[in-house]
Design a protein around this ligand. Sequence first.
Ligand SMILES: Cc1cc2nc3c(=O)[nH]c(=O)nc-3n(C[C@H](O)[C@H](O)[C@H](O)COP(=O)(O)OP(=O)(O)OC[C@H]3O[C@@H](n4cnc5c(N)ncnc54)[C@H](O)[C@@H]3O)c2cc1C
Length: 399
Amino acid sequence: MARRARGASRSQRRAEAIEAARATRVPGRADVAVVGGGPAGLAAAVAAAETGADVAVFERDVACGRTILPTGNGRCNLSNARLAWERYNDPSFVEAVCGPRFDEDVLGFLEGCGIAVAEESGGRLYPLSRQAASVRDALLARARRAGVTLACARGVTGLERADGGWRVAWDGEAGSGALAAGAVVLAAGGGAGVCDALGLEVAPRVPVLCPLACEAPEGVSLEALDGRRAHATARLLRDGAEVARERGEVLFRAYGVSGIAAFDLSRAARPGDVLALDLTDGLDVARARRLVEAADGSLAGIVDPAIAAALGGSLERARDLRLVVRGPAEAERAQVTRGGLVCAQFDPATLEARRTRGLLACGEALDVDGACGGFNLAWAWKSGLVAGAAAAAVVRGWR
Ligand SMILES: Cc1cc2nc3c(=O)[nH]c(=O)nc-3n(C[C@H](O)[C@H](O)[C@H](O)COP(=O)(O)OP(=O)(O)OC[C@H]3O[C@@H](n4cnc5c(N)ncnc54)[C@H](O)[C@@H]3O)c2cc1C
């Protein structure tokens, strides 16, 4: 009964959102059209509108900013206090786009939205409210204040050159139509779609920042470990050589390993790689032996007793548990998609396509992905700001 009532209210809320979206009038012309109302698209819209451009954001979902809500488990890990290029798949491109003031620019933007941040372990930054909804609300309020038209429940279905600018065709639950724009910012995220039809080079999209499906060595049952957590040093080995290393939480699952360390290693992992876990987290081996001896041969003072039991009480296994990686797991819940628009086609100073005047891109639509810890949202904010400001500059010649 309760479930039915909750279901009804969700569909009611959706119907109300569609009604509100229909009530928004979409002009026939705008300086800048932004495709996608996620964090990158909203940052781009704000940057363009605050320099005086008329901006319309097209969002195929019933409301803008909804992709912010599940981030950081609903708390929104919105940036990192120690942003570093090498935490991204294409460090030189990210450095060229974001520049030496990456951290300050991101924080300045968030502050300008009225968002105070708090630092947690690993430099992770969260809103002081620890609520992703407050980040979304602050961002939408700033976009509205800047005069941005939020055209929700309207997906962009076609983009073509027209009159020195662009014809943007849209369709969705709020209706259909077309708009003339001087510049278009592609901010549609990691899914395939309208970006792919533009003749630009698109790298194959694969899920990353997700758990890893693994095979356990003989004598170890992943089912027995399911749900247990450890703070570990995790190394990814390929042909015996280390290709990546992370320190952090691992969460065993019946299919393999989840947790932040596994998520980060998923960016480098290939099927057949070996995931070597030190579940004693680098504890000196002689000291570990002494501790086990002092505990009458039990590992329980070093690792979770259930893990110790599943490893047959073997200190060697706890120090070097080797799992064979089968591939990504729960890919539908991956935090980021690697792949997308190939970065080399875009001028890093503006994020405008080198060969297509007035076409810009930002966020996950580009082939950029970062580590867990706020790096992906930091990229979304900053690349959005760069693309939005450049789009506004492009249209000064078009008006
Ligand atoms: C569960 C989860 C947790 C995460 N947690 C964190 C975290 O804590 N910290 C962090 O840094 N990163 C986190 N991320 C990653 C982060 O959310 C993304 O990197 C970020 O949202 C990318 O922003 P974006 O605007 O480029 O793309 P998106 O957020 O994907 O936004 C794209 C928008 O475009 C819309 N769209 C797509 N096609 C069209 C079209 N044709 N017309 C109109 N609209 C369109 C989509 O509906 C969407 O709203 C998390 C991701 C997930 C899934």
